[in-house]
Structure formats: structure tokens, C-alpha cells
Design a protein around this ligand. Structure first.
Ligand code: PLP
Length: 414
């Protein structure tokens, strides 16, 4: 259905990627609408109402992506007012928004209260007091969930593990019950939920289920004290197959999670998937500028760098890299695929067997999540264009930045 070779040409749905590179230039992000929708449905079909799904906007925040999901009834997990405004602009409903993040400003809280978002996922007692104040000034009660850190090991890369005691996220389990009691005592806070998010790119679902058990015990303790927690939000973090990994079976995971939670009555469940919705639904196209045989290594120098796709540099993430045309006559050789940015850490892949020559187009696979959203203008490089393919049609969903965009808002001294 989505990215596949047909007649030796890599396609997104029925569009030939090589032709998109020619038409729109490179570097170029290309997404498949059908695959985003299929990924969403893999969750939603196992998550009947009143349970809710909130797509984690930071994975890919393009308005067209958000709009496709809003049309499927998605809620949204945001971490800034910028993301909130994107959701509203894309047709998302404020009441289906949950607001995560460790350092929300008073201004962000005020905007979110004005829109009437569904829940603030509060990450510290200090934040709770600030939110109580801001809600008081607005004459409203803020709906709140407290993010608890259940201290389970997500068995993922240290930079994307978030549920251990040593991480900056959430409230430590030892302090959680007290924080909930405090929240319940504040006049402008309405405690409605408990949440956690133990990490990202989890390939094994056992840590999620362990965390759920810990959260359920806490919820039962709180309810016995009269603190009526009505929802449990288990966050995101479901991994995808970048290499040879086996990605979790979504249906089995969601069913297991629902069954675990049946021991607590009248509990609405929420999830915040990001990567699992968009990760495999996007590729980054890049052109081979030069081949450079070194004395130790051969380099394939391409026109996309760490400013376009940061994950390899930041997390040593592995992305498959494939020529968009097979059997061009180029011989397969071992290359380090590196970008144009002036950093040794600027690479897309090390030690890859690839058959390509100067001028050929490569596809960096599984680049739909934390790809464009982490891109920057480092080295004064305009950010890539984004395309969404639907069937045989390619839509420009973000124009390539121009050189003028690079210095927008900058001024010389008078
Ligand atoms: C990043 C994040 C998510 C999404 O994580 P994925 O691994 O992309 O599913 C969900 N919830 C919170 C609080 C996050 O920070």
C-alpha cells in the first residue's frame, strides 16, 4: 500500500518518488496519507469510546497531518502553545487536547484555558500552584491530571527514556499521593486524571503493562481517599521497526492494557501515540552530490544533513537508506552516508551497502516522526519542503523555505 518498489521504482502509494524529487527538489519529505490513516485505525479499532487517543503533535506537526487525524476524530497531546494553535488551525477540537510538558509558562496556561482544553498534564507541584493561580485569575477551574513517574525501565535509548527516577519528567511515585492531595485541596484545580509516559520507541510492551499496574494501584489508593480520578493516560512510546526489529502488535498491546485496567471501575483510558502513527509513513528524499573514496572509508555525500534529519546524530538512530531506482547499473559498495553540514556528527548512516552514483536520489526510510519537526536552519540551510501523497496525487503541504526566509526578522544596527 505505502512505500514499495514497482518496476524498480520506489513509490509512495502510486506516486513515483524519483519524479517527486525532480519536480520539487531535494531534500524533500514525503508522507503517505493512507499509511497515516491505517496507523491511526490500528489504534482506534482496539480503543473503543469512551477511551481516547491523543496524537502526540511533536512527532509531526504539519497542519495537513493534523487535519487528516482530526478528521478521524483524533485528540491531540501538545507540549506548547505553538502546537495548540496548530491543532486549532488544523480543525482539531480543544476539548480533546491534553497539554504535557515540564515548563509551561503562565501565558501558555492562560491561552489553553481560554480555548477550553480537555486536560493539563501537570508535571510538578510548583506547576500545580501556578496553574491554580492562572485559573483563578480567569475565574475557572483547570482540569488536571498529574504526571507520575512510575520508575520503570523502558529499555530504550537513554535520551528517550523518561520514566526513570533520574529523568526530569513527572512527579516521583513516592511523592505522587501527596501531590494529588495537594491538587485536590486547591480551589481552581479540578483533578480528573493520572498520567505517565515512560519513554519512546519501546519495542516490548511489558514495561507499559508494569507501569499500568503501578498507576492503577495509585488510582485505587486515591479513590479510597475520595479523590475521584476518572481517567488514566498511559502516554505514547510504542516503537516502530527501523531495522530488523519486531514492532509491537498494536491490537495485542491495547487489548492487554484494557484488560489490565478492568480491575478499576469507571476508568477512561487514554494514549498519546506519536511515532507509531507517522514514523513509517514518511521518507526523506536526498540527492547524491558526490562519491568520495577515502583511504579508510568511502563517503557518499548527500544534500540532506543533520539539520534536516537529526535523529542519527542525536540518538545514533538507524534509518534504512535506499536508492529510489533499483538496478541502475551502479555497483553496491560500502559507504558512510554523510551530509553537507560542517560537523563530524553530521551523518545519515554509517557503513551502508548502497548502489548509487552521483545525481541519484536516495530515500531515508521511516522519517515521518521526529524528522521535519526537529529540523533547523543550522549552516543557513532552508528547511525542506513537505509533500503528502494520496493515491496518485502529490500535495505540497509545506513549501521549501526560501533564502529570504532565513533572515526573516533580522535587522542591521542603525
Ligand atoms: C513525546 C511524547 C509522546 C509521544 O511519544 P511517541 O514515542 O512518539 O509515541 C507522548 N506523550 C508525551 C508526554 C510525550 O512527551
Amino acid at each position: 500500500m505505502s512505500f514499495h518498489y514497482e518496476q524498480q521504482q520506489l513509490r509512495a502509494e502510486s506516486v513515483v518518488l524519483g519524479e517527486l524529487a525532480q519536480r520539487f527538489g531535494t531534500p524533500l519529505y514525503v508522507y503517505s496519507k493512507a499509511l497515516i490513516e491505517a496507523n491511526w485505525r490500528a489504534f482506534s479499532e482496539h480503543w473503543p469510546s469512551p477511551h481516547q487517543l491523543c496524537y502526540a503533535v511533536k512527532a509531526n506537526s504539519n497542519l495537513a497531518v493534523l487535519n487528516v487525524l482530526a478528521k478521524l476524530g483524533a485528540g491531540f497531546d501538545i507540549v506548547s502553545v505553538g502546537e495548540l494553535e496548530r491543532v486549532i488551525k488544523a480543525g482539531g477540537e480543544a476539548k480533546k487536547v491534553v497539554f504535557s510538558g515540564v515548563a509551561k509558562s503562565a501565558a501558555e496556561m492562560a491561552t489553553a484555558l481560554n480555548y477550553g482544553i480537555g486536560c493539563f498534564n501537570v508535571e510538578s507541584v510548583a506547576e500545580l500552584h501556578r496553574l491554580n493561580e492562572v485559573a483563578g485569575e480567569h475565574g475557572v477551574q483547570a482540569p488536571v491530571s498529574l504526571r507520575v513517574n512510575p520508575n520503570v525501565d523502558a529499555q530504550t535509548h537513554p535520551y528517550i527514556a523518561t520514566g526513570l527516577r533520574a529523568n526530569k519528567f513527572g512527579i516521583a511515585m513516592e511523592q505522587a499521593a501527596d501531590a494529588f492531595r495537594e491538587a485536590a485541596s486547591l480551589p481552581n484545580i479540578n483533578v480528573i486524571g493520572a498520567d505517565c509516559h515512560i519513554g519512546s520507541q519501546l519495542l516490548n510492551t511489558a514495561p507499559f503493562l508494569d507501569a499500568a499496574d503501578i498507576m492503577l494501584n495509585l488510582i485505587m489508593e486515591l479513590r479510597s481517599e475520595g479523590i475521584e480520578i476518572s481517567h488514566l493516560d498511559m502516554g505514547g512510546g510504542v516503537g516502530i521497526a527501523y531495522q530488523q526489529e519486531q514492532s509491537p502488535d498494536i491490537g495485542a498491546y491495547l487489548t492487554a492494557l484494557r484488560e489490565r485496567c478492568e480491575r478499576v471501575d469507571n476508568l477512561t483510558l487514554m494514549l498519546e501515540p506519536g511515532r507509531a502513527i507517522v514514523g513509517n509513513a514518511g521518507v526523506l528524499l536526498t540527492k547524491v552530490e558526490y562519491l568520495k573514496p577515502g583511504s579508510e572509508k568511502q563517503f557518499m555525500l548527500v544534500d540532506a544533513g543533520m539539520n534536516d534529519l537529526l535523529r542519527p546524530s542525536l540518538y545514533q538512530a538507524w534509518h534504512d537508506i535506499k536508492p529510489v531506482k533499483q538496478a541502475t547499473g551502479a555497483s553496491s559498495q560500502l559507504y558512510d552516508v554523510v551530509g553537507p553540514v560542517c560537523e563530524t556528527g553530521d551523518f545519515l548512516g554509517h557503513a551502508r551497502h548502497i548502489a548509487a552514483e552521483q545525481g541519484d536520489i536516495l530515500a531515508v526510510m521511516n522519517a515521518g516522526a521526529y524528522g521535519f519537526t526537529m529540523s533547523s536552519n543550522y549552516n543557513s540551510r532552508p528547511r525542506a519542503a513537505e509533500i503528502m501523497v494520496s493515491g496518485a496525487t502529490a500535495h505540497v503541504i509545506r513549501e521549501r523555505e526560501t533564502l529570504q526566509d532565513l533572515w526573516k526578522g533580522e535587522q542591521l544596527l542603525p
